[in-house]
Design a protein around this ligand. Structure first.
Ligand code: CA
Length: 423
């Protein structure tokens, strides 16, 4: 599929720093506000945010037959519910407005009115999340966790290679990047204890994930096949599924998807469209044994997206904890959505589906402290002389993601969360 707005030769009249996540070929959507401006839809371009409410007011989208009020909402839901024909047309129009070669739009003159420095806006949750599901789709992650929590010689449950395992998570505690997280409290069973104890988690962890956002609803009773699944996917964000490992191992093994996970998840504020990710399509890893027909698919349904996790303590420099890639996922998004709806379970615009922790084959590509330190057995040495087995109060975890091809970098920005002491 050729998408005009993805053309690597496009240049914007807006200044784009060379390492920017947001060249004219990206144009991700988000929700922002300022001291003077109510929440509205913005699009990241270089170090600026393009204000779609202002552009709509000046008639830039009138011929697309979109109600202007859609751009003045506090969530993207109404916008993405317009459907891909409309949202892709808006992205293409923005590409024209910001293109250095096109004189058709007198957009440069309007720049002071519709461009705001990103440093001067506050990003908000991009979508109102109705339902959130978290998958468990990385073979390396499931094998690592299964080896630690269950049986090193037989880490995977018998179903794992036959279906994308998942659980229904908690939507209310998904927060946008920059929101501080209080260390959760809960019930745990320390190795030395005879009975459970209560208090702040001692084994707080991050999980490096991505999530896709539903852009189209399905009916109750309807199943979405793998070949049509991408019609339902609007775009993707970075996703940190904060986890309390001691609460997890006591409440249920190996997933433990209740209190060990429900206190917070952090998402990046910019939704990168599936359109913008088109150049990064790649093969899904070989699935052996063969999957049942409803999970079979054709073509390149995985995406080559570099991922990185950085730790910033209160005294250290930024420390890179791991480097992974979304393409390592054993199950792709189309399979996940097909499996999710095979029962007839309906999905809604704004629903969020987490990938599960994205670990790669090498020990520096593991997507959690649990795996990187092998449950604390191998602490990570930091430049300030301290070490980490799990996350301390005052630590900040930063997720980054980007694809790179033909000299164009399509980035996700960051998903940042700082851990505060337990309340
Ligand atoms: Ca997870």
């Amino acid at each position: 599929m050729t998408i005009k707005a993805n053309d690597p030769s496009l240049q914007s009249w807006v200044n784009i720093p060379s390492n920017s996540d947001f060249p004219i070929q990206n144009l991700p959507f988000g929700i922002f506000q300022t001291a003077n401006l109510s929440p509205r839809i913005g699009v990241a371009i270089g170090e600026q945010v393009a204000d779609l409410q202002v552009l709509a007011k000046h008639g830039f989208f009138d011929d697309l037959k979109i109600d202007r009020r859609v751009f003045a909402q506090a969530y993207l839901n109404d916008f993405i519910a317009l459907g891909k024909a409309k949202t892709s047309a808006v992205r293409n129009r923005l590409s024209e407005i910001l293109d250095s070669n096109l004189e058709e739009w007198d957009s440069k003159e309007l720049a002071p009115y519709f461009l705001h420095p990103q440093s001067q806006v506050q990003m908000l949750m991009p979508v109102k999340v109705g339902d959130y599901t978290d998958f468990y789709s990385s073979l390396e992650h499931a094998s690592n966790v299964g080896a630690m929590f269950r049986d090193p010689s037989n880490p995977l449950l018998p179903n794992w290679r036959h279906l994308p395992v998942a659980y229904h998570g908690r939507a209310s505690s998904i927060v946008v990047s920059g929101t501080p997280i209080h260390r959760p409290k809960g019930q745990t069973m320390p190795q030395s204890a005879q009975s459970p104890v209560f208090g702040p988690t001692q084994l707080l962890d991050f999980e490096l994930e991505m999530a896709f956002i539903l852009g189209k609803s399905s009916e109750l009773g309807q199943s979405i096949g793998t070949e049509e699944a991408e019609e339902y996917i609007f775009g993707m964000v970075l996703f940190n599924d904060w986890s309390a490992r001691d609460i997890q191992s006591w409440e249920y093994q190996p997933l433990g998807p209740f209190l060990s996970k429900n206190f917070a998840s952090t998402v990046s504020p910019w939704v990168v469209t599936l359109d913008a990710l088109e150049p990064f399509r790649t093969e899904t890893p070989m699935q052996e044994p063969a999957v049942l027909p409803y999970l079979q698919f054709t073509g390149k349904k995985s995406f080559d997206i570099n991922l990185e996790v950085v730790l910033q303590t209160e005294t250290s420099l930024q420390e890179k904890l791991c480097r992974s890639n979304f393409k390592y996922m054993y199950w792709n998004m189309s399979q996940q959505l097909a499996h999710h709806t095979v029962t007839g379970c309906n999905v809604n615009v704004g629903d969020m589906m987490g990938s599960g922790t994205i670990s790669g084959p090498s020990s520096d590509s593991f997507g959690s402290m649990l795996e990187l330190t092998w449950r604390g057995a191998k602490p990570i040495a930091l430049t300030d002389g301290s070490e980490r087995k799990f996350i301390h109060d005052g630590d900040t975890i930063i997720l980054k993601g980007w694809g790179e091809r033909d000299g164009v970098r399509i980035g996700f920005g960051e998903a940042i969360g700082k851990i505060l002491p337990a309340k």
